[in-house]
Design a protein around this ligand. Structure first.
Ligand code: RRO
Length: 299
């Protein structure tokens, strides 16, 4: 009842482990799947190894987290080395980031043997020269997607930033360039201040806000994108309960990513949310997830 096929990939349910959350090793990804995820996204991988920022890199707030991890990753060569001998019986989506279209294309070419699909991180909210700075401009989104499409046949998901006044322009640019799907949203640019130290809490000062506090914003982004795009949308942003998940499906998301809820509550959220969606479908008289995707757009 919950199984779906998206981008030619078969998943036991529509729930995907989001990039950047307990996903640094093949073992953790396998555990996420064993404990309920239908698919997984790796941490964003770049050309060079990066340690990330010094602590503190995460602030916990009542309605979510602000993070500025600083794109910590082992670099493409070490990542490839670690993943190429592994067998996965579920889709592994490899997240990549770069400072220019050629860098994204380079990474896609090098990593395609270990990727069932790529997620292009066009939306890290704070790293200078990467992510959001690129992904806020529809022309850049177009150029990056196009460059990657030119070097690989693997499905491409463009991960969009909410730090823009019109996310549909970014989605349309991605679609025009040949993206197979978009994911929305990455984190929302934010800050927290320590009132006694009288300085920003995060070492990087600015970070990205995730979790329940951004859910209505993410939901609106998905809803807006679904009205203008023909390619599938993967909804992400504060999904914590099965009711949140159903809202995103009704708003037009074909699959969902979960990050902060996993960070805060563990992998068990996957089974909990999957069970809730299944009960809802049954009670409402539906036979598959697919049947409810975008129903809220039809009114
Ligand atoms: O590593 C990070 O600090 C980070 C990334 Br790459 C991203 O895309 N989104 C985010 O909130 N943090």
């Amino acid at each position: 009842m919950l199984d779906i096929e998206i981008l030619g990939l078969k998943m036991k349910n529509p729930l995907i482990l989001a990039s950047g959350v307990v996903d640094m090793t093949p073992e953790l990804l396998k555990r996420a799947h064993r404990e309920g995820a239908g698919a997984v996204v790796t941490k964003s991988i770049g050309k060079e190894p990066r340690k990330g920022y010094e602590n503190p890199t995460i602030v916990e707030l009542p309605y979510g987290l602000i993070n500025a991890m600083g794109l910590p990753n082992p670099g493409w060569e070490a990542f490839l080395e670690e993943f190429k001998g592994e067998k996965f019986d579920f889709p592994v989506i490899v997240s990549i980031f770069g400072g220019a279209p050629e860098e994204f294309a380079f990474l896609a070419e090098k990593l395609q043997e270990v990727a069932d699909a790529f997620e292009l991180n066009l939306s890290c909210p704070h790293a200078k020269g990467y992510g959001m700075e690129i992904g806020q401009d529809p022309n850049n989104v177009y150029e990056v997607v196009k460059a990657v499409k030119d070097v690989t046949d693997k499905p491409i998901i463009a991960k969009l930033t909410p730090n823009t006044n019109d996310i549909t322009k970014l989605g349309l640019a991605a679609e025009k360039a040949g993206a197979d799907a978009v994911s929305a949203i990455n984190t929302l640019k934010a800050i927290a201040i320590d009132i006694y130290a009288k300085r920003p809490i995060l070492n990087n000062k600015i970070g990205g806000y995730s979790g329940p506090g951004i859910k209505p914003i993410a939901l609106r982004a998905v809803y807006d994108l679904a009205r203008v795009l023909d390619i599938p949308i993967i909804g992400i942003g504060g999904i914590t309960t099965w009711q949140d998940a159903v809202e995103f499906l009704l708003a037009g998301a074909s699959a969902l990513q979960i990050g902060t809820a996993v960070y805060l509550r563990g992998f068990s959220v996957f089974k909990e949310i999957a069970q809730g969606i299944e009960n809802y479908l049954r009670e409402e008289g539906f036979k598959s997830v697919h049947e409810i995707v975008g129903l809220a757009l039809k009114v």
